[in-house]
Design a binder for this molecule. Structure first.
Ligand code: ZN
Length: 112
């Protein structure tokens, strides 16, 4: 009875959720499964901070004394694409929101 080959079982997210719910409905502890599911969520949808970090990594950065932000005109020791981190953050978040909601605006058709 031990001749069966063992293959790693790929469990889908939905199945994982079902298993976690089953465990919890039996008063079990499914916190590890829940943690696994949460981790998976992080990978599919990056957080705002991760999004900002990835944009920052693609942008020219300068550090030094007497740099000035092109948006708020404050002096800062580090600029990303010519602006301070606070302004860069604002800009990054606004572009992210636009990416989500702007899909149809480029096809501005006039229907009569
Ligand atoms: Zn600024």
């Amino acid at each position: 009875m031990s001749g069966e080959s063992r293959r790693p079982v790929r469990v889908s997210k939905e199945e994982l959720k079902t298993i976690a719910e089953n465990i919890e409905s039996n008063d079990g502890d499914a916190s590890e499964l829940r943690a696994l599911l949460a981790e998976d969520d992080d990978k599919t949808e990056p957080s705002d901070e991760e999004y900002i970090e990835s944009l920052k990594a693609q942008s020219p950065q300068y550090s030094g004394v007497g740099l000035k932000c092109q948006i708020c005109e404050k002096e800062c020791n580090e600029t990303i694409s010519g602006v301070c981190f606070a302004c860069f953050r604002e800009w990054a978040l606004s572009t992210r929101r636009n990416q989500h909601g702007n899909q149809y605006s480029s096809h501005d058709r006039h229907l009569h």
